[in-house]
Design a protein around this ligand. Structure first.
Ligand code: NAP
Length: 495
């Protein structure tokens, strides 16, 4: 580490990405600090506390490969259980002392002369200070910045308004008239619980969602015991889930026809719970399954079929003090309005005010359709690494696999930089266009781009800028053996 930097590595965010990166830095003997704007670690699993919140990827795969957990209580863990797992990892790997909570990155500016980043950090008491960092890893996640619908008059509504990602744990729906906007993954999980408690629930649906049955057994004690005593058994279970999930990528990227059988199963699942043909018609998607993230629930359709639940497909045109009005002229009286309206995926990067070489800003580059190399490095931003950046999300399996592959790449690039006595490593701008073109070509026939829906996976021009259009195994292989010729190493450490 050069004497002119405060920390070898600044990690922004403390979800799976940030914690995983910190554990790797600790292992490699790097001096690092994690900046976390909230008052606890956990990222999305700290923030998303709406009733029913759980992960739709099996827990034995949605966890670090180096820290298998025999104690998962069921196939699909709840957000609380995942948050507990991350808290456990922080303690076990001794990361806690390097975490600065309530520390918000306000600005990051690259200093070419120094080969380092000036990071301005805002504190809870309104002050700010600077850190000079030898490298910065952004583990800020994409599902971060809630999208709030632009409904005229919403501010005048006198009832409670809550986004699913900023849930008030003390809130109760018992006896209330509740409205929920959105029918994405978060809504599918929350709606059965809201329906159970509310006096009446109105679901404002813009686009119906594909819902499959959920096979979510609780793990019996003997199995937990077996996983604890025979870790190889647990590893075999993880490998089996990984392989089974990986096979699904073919359907998403090349052969959407393979989703026909699953679509039939989803429709049968709906028919078994919803007897009213008019309601079934409202709930039947007109786009290819998988175009939006597929959801799983055994309680969603039964909840929508209840007498005290209404599915409203007329769009909301305005709000007032007592509720909302839909395009058909109906006024819906509400006590609570839940916004299950998703996230602005570029928002988390915007707030960081990142300025790289030659005045490049991440915000402007993003607006222009950000070009990255495997979602990790960005031309014109040396010593900056993104975890779960553009085109590295997944629709078919666990993103923790992608995070681990990316952390491995970051460690390799930093080692290569240090080994050369250089101060900076950056992707060569000339290798990126061909990579992006390949991504575009591969995305063209994926179900996300060609499936007949709009989603947060696509940019304004309808291009996939969110998901990796291939298998995880391919991505892991590519990142495990990076071609160092694709990167430039500059500057010399002042020793
Ligand atoms: P989402 O998938 O973006 O869904 C947002 C919903 O709100 C959609 O139904 C959307 O309708 C609707 N909506 C948005 N703005 C609206 C407006 N102005 N008026 C009416 N409706 C509006 O958001 P999400 O459900 O929070 O899920 C986001 C992502 O989080 C998922 O894709 C997934 O990756 C992740 N997630 C994962 C899990 C898990 O189990 N791993 C659970 C929850 C969430 P349209 O469809 O018409 O746009």
């Amino acid at each position: 580490m050069s004497a002119r930097v405060d920390h070898d590595l600044v990690i922004v965010g403390s979800g799976f990405s940030g914690i995983g990166m910190a554990i790797a830095a600790q292992r490699d003997g790097r001096d690092y600090v994690i900046l976390e704007k909230a008052d606890e670690i956990g990222g999305t699993w700290r923030d998303n506390r709406y009733p029913g919140c759980a992960c739709d990827v099996p827990s034995h795969l949605y966890s670090f490969s180096f820290e298998p957990n025999p104690y998962w209580s069921r196939a699909y863990a709840t957000s609380d259980e995942i948050q507990d797992y991350l808290l456990y990892c922080v303690e076990k790997y001794g990361v806690r002392d390097n975490i600065r909570l309530r520390s918000t990155v306000q600005r990051m500016t690259y200093d070419e002369g120094l080969g380092a980043w000036h990071v301005t950090v805002g504190t809870a008491d309104g002050d700010s200070y600077q850190i000079v960092a030898g490298a910065v890893v952004l583990g800020v996640g994409a599902l971060h910045d809630p999208v709030l619908p632009d409904i005229p008059g919403l501010r005048t509504f006198q009832g409670e308004v809550m986004h699913t990602a900023s849930w008030d744990p003390g809130a109760t729906m018992i006896g209330k008239r509740v409205g929920i906007i959105g029918t994405g993954c978060s809504a599918v999980q929350a709606i059965p619980h809201l329906a159970e408690d509310a006096k009446h629930l109105t679901v404002f649906q813009r686009t119906p969602i594909w819902v499959l049955p959920k096979v979510d057994p609780a793990y019996p004690e003997w199995l937990v015991d077996a996983y604890e005593k025979r870790p190889w058994l647990m590893k075999a279970h993880r490998a089996k889930i990984k392989a089974a999930n990986e096979l699904r990528v073919l359907a998403f990227t090349k052969q959407p026809m393979l989703l026909k059988a699953a679509s039939k199963a989803a429709l049968a699942h709906m028919r078994s719970a919803v007897k009213d043909p008019e309601l079934r018609a409202k709930l039947t998607p007109d786009y290819t399954m998988g175009c939006k993230r597929i959801t799983m629930s055994n309680t969603y359709f039964p909840a929508l079929a209840r007498d005290d639940v209404t599915v409203e497909t007329s769009s909301i045109t305005s709000a007032d003090t007592t509720g909302v009005t839909t395009a058909d002229g109906t006024h819906h009286d509400l006590d609570v309005l839940v916004l299950a309206t998703g996230f602005d995926v570029s928002g988390s990067y915007r707030h960081l005010n990142v300025t790289g070489l030659e005045g490049h800003t991440l915000e402007a580059d993003w607006d222009a359709g950000i070009d990255t190399f495997y979602g990790v490095t960005v031309p014109h931003y040396p010593n900056l690494f993104l975890l779960l950046g553009p085109n590295t999300g997944l629709g078919h399996t666990s993103v923790v696999l992608m995070i681990e592959a990316q952390i491995g790449l970051v460690a390799k690039l930093l080692d290569a930089r240090d080994h050369r006595g250089a101060t900076a490593v950056a992707v060569r701008p000339q290798v990126v266009p061909a990579h992006m073109e390949q991504l575009d070509q591969r995305s063209e026939h994926t179900v996300w781009q060609a499936g007949g829906c709009s989603s947060w996976y696509l940019d304004e021009e309808g291009r996939n800028r969110t998901l990796w259009p291939g298998s995880v195994v391919e991505y892991e292989r590519k990142l495990a053996k990076p071609e160092l010729i694709d990167y430039e190493f500059t500057g010399a450490v002042d020793r």
